[in-house]
Write a protein that binds this ligand. Structure first.
Ligand code: ZN
Length: 621
């Protein structure tokens, strides 16, 4: 299908007389941040905007047979952003979601129910002195009380010793895939985000909603056994210490040649791809919002290093047991190139992107855990979607716990043109539009801006996070046009790079880039509920001009894609953006000079529409 997005065509609208200005729901905490000068109403960060930052030094030992991880970490935490002094530090222990008694909104396999993260020590490190801190544990977080307040502009260093069992069977974003293959996310105690709008993020992790991360530098030394190789966020610092000579040679070739290279092949696996049974893998990552790792002694590895911009290169890689997954390296390169040069047009920020054949589709900084999709179209969708998450939430620091509709919505929307140019069978927009048609105005619908952590049921959560906002961004592109939407996405992504963007920052960016007041649509689509249903009320004509009256039978402001057939059998399709509902009118009259019309039809493949009975109008000859 060629037209995945409507071509903008002008038609004359009979202007409504109803002067009607709609406001968008105001978040008082955001308004306070604007008053404090950390946020603005232009979509750009305020002059007083700052973020906190952490430096993690983690040493961990993963026993792959028992699936247990023993670790310790030193965290230097820079407190730059906040209101007043800090008397405590909030730390996330996401793996406590597997603990009995902790609220879960995802199914946990009974074999994975264990006692969570065991915290052996939390200490303050000051000039070589270690002082135990009092900690309070609640659900998936602990709070460590500081003996003296931490004042703004200063840092503290914490030492934490911990161990945790890794869930093998539940496959919630990670797990065990065969006797030696694991994907291990969210494994270490991680300081929660403290941002300029809400302070500490105290949202408990229940398995359903996602995450909110602070940027940090990581130095991680990870020991694994069973001759496993390790892939992780960051850049490996000691390849000569961990790979067999053959694999090391191919690893170096891959990084210097620019050719697609099979670094670990089946033959390499037969005689071990790594140096010894146990190896220490050292990774470093700069300014990333999380660290994740995977390991395997039975996975192959293919990579390609390529140029992003003069002097800037990255490496796309696939780690797989099924050779079909190898082709994902090409898809990763295509996606990264598209995101860097087209939409959002911001250079891919990391030195690696490793796609790991595991389960589901889950994004991590520089890594994706992904099912093997047998259908190539599904692989295109998942791979391009997950890599787009590099920008939303990671680069722009979005709070996924609360605002899934920004990170998932944009991740559905941004790669649409790319997906459409690559796929054969499916069209991501028409599928989403049909889901949205059936859900708007029903008991499944929630206002899109409902905080993600409050939507405990999967389907309302999925609609509000993915499909409804995706269609909303398409409708906004219909109002702005492709060029302005490109400009807005680029500006938003650049301005909020390595910061924490709020949904209002995105909404204000669209307004300032386009010069349009879009609150009428924000309120209608993102804050209100109701059905979408346009119909054709009447078509009539005077001497020279046809008039088409479109009626909005629903509550939502949707655009109209109108196919017109003339008496002379010529046809044309015109697009009327949702701007026609700006004044709150229930009908819109479109004036079309030209020959007499014989039929008018509303096309709804890409536009939600609850009732197809009122979409056709025939005129007798
Ligand atoms: Zn996603």
């Amino acid at each position: 299908m060629n037209i995945i997005k409507p071509i903008l065509m002008s038609a004359l609208i009979a202007a409504g007389t109803n002067a009607f200005a709609q406001e968008f729901y105001t978040d008082s905490a955001f308004a306070a941040a604007v008053a404090n000068g950390t946020r603005t109403t232009t979509g750009l960060p305020g002059n007083n905007y700052q973020t906190n930052f952490a430096h993690y030094n983690i040493t961990a030992d993963f026993r792959t047979i028992e699936g247990h991880l023993y670790g310790s970490e030193t965290i230097k935490y820079d407190y730059n952003c906040g209101q007043g002094d800090l008397n405590s530090i909030v730390i996330n222990l996401y793996r406590n979601v597997y603990k009995d008694g902790v609220t879960k909104h995802r199914h946990v396999d009974s074999r994975d129910k264990f006692k969570g993260v065991e915290i052996e020590k939390v200490q303050l490190v000051d000039n070589g002195r270690y002082t135990d801190l009092n900690i309070t544990e609640y659900g998936t977080q602990i709070e460590a009380a500081l003996p003296a307040p931490l004042t703004k502009g200063n840092s503290i260093t914490l030492y934490i010793k911990w161990n945790t069992k890794i869930a093998a069977f539940s496959h919630i974003r990670g797990g065990k895939y065969n006797q030696d293959t694991w994907f291990v996310p969210y494994f270490y105690p991680q300081i929660a985000v403290y941002d300029d709008i809400y302070g500490w993020d105290r949202v408990q992790h229940s398995g359903n909603e996602e995450f909110y991360f602070e940027n940090a530098n990581y130095d991680v030394a990870l020991t694994t056994d069973q001759y496993t190789a390790v892939w992780a966020t960051g850049v490996l610092q000691n390849p000569e210490k961990v790979y067999s000579p053959t694999v090391l040679k191919k690893y170096r070739e891959a990084l210097s040649s620019g050719n697609i290279t099979d670094i670990i092949t089946k033959q390499d696996l037969e005689k071990h791809a790594v140096k010894s049974e146990k190896n220490i893998w050292k990774f470093h990552a700069d300014s990333v919002p999380d660290f994740v790792f995977s390991c395997s002694a039975s996975s192959q590895w293919t990579a390609k290093n390529f140029e992003l911009a003069p002097g800037k290169r990255t490496t796309a890689a696939a780690v797989y047991r099924n050779p079909i997954f190898r082709d994902n390296v090409d898809l990763a390169e295509t996606t990264i190139t598209y995101l860097s040069h087209n939409r959002p047009g911001v250079t891919y920020p990391y030195p690696w992107m490793t796609l790991f054949e595991g389960s589901g589709g889950m994004e991590f900084p520089m890594m994706v855990n992904e099912d093997l999709d047998v259908l190539w179209d599904d692989m295109i969708f998942t791979t391009s979607h997950e890599i787009t998450h590099t920008y939303f939430p990671f680069l722009t620091g979005i709070n996924q716990n609360t605002y899934g509709f920004i990170d998932e919505g944009l991740t559905m929307f941004v790669p649409e043109y790319l997906q459409d140019s690559l796929t054969i069978i499916k069209n991501a927009i028409s599928r989403s539009a049909s889901y949205v048609s059936t859900v708007l105005g029903t008991t499944i619908e929630r206002p899109v801006i409902t905080p993600s952590y409050k939507m405990r049921e999967l389907w309302p959560f999925t609609m509000s996070s993915y499909y409804t906002p995706q269609i909303g961004y398409n409708i906004l592109e219909g109002i702005l046009g492709r060029e302005l939407m490109d400009k807005a996405l680029h500006q938003f992504t650049s301005a909020w790079s390595r910061k924490h963007a709020h949904p209002y920052d995105f909404f204000y960016t669209l307004e300032s880039v386009s010069g349009k007041d879009l609150k009428f649509f924000y309120q209608n689509w993102f804050a209100n509920t109701g059905s979408a249903d346009l119909g054709i009320k009447n078509v009539y004509r005077d001497d020279t001009t046809n008039y088409i009256i479109i009626e909005n039978f629903g509550e939502k402001y949707v655009p109209a894609l109108i196919k017109i057939t003339y008496m002379n059998e010529a046809t044309e399709t015109i697009y009327q953006s949702a701007e026609m509902w700006r004044n709150g009118d229930r009908t819109c009259t479109i004036a079309l000079p030209g020959p007499q019309i014989s039929q008018v039809e509303l096309l709804t493949e890409y536009i939600p529409d609850n009732d197809s009975q009122n979409n056709n109008f025939y005129i007798q000859k």
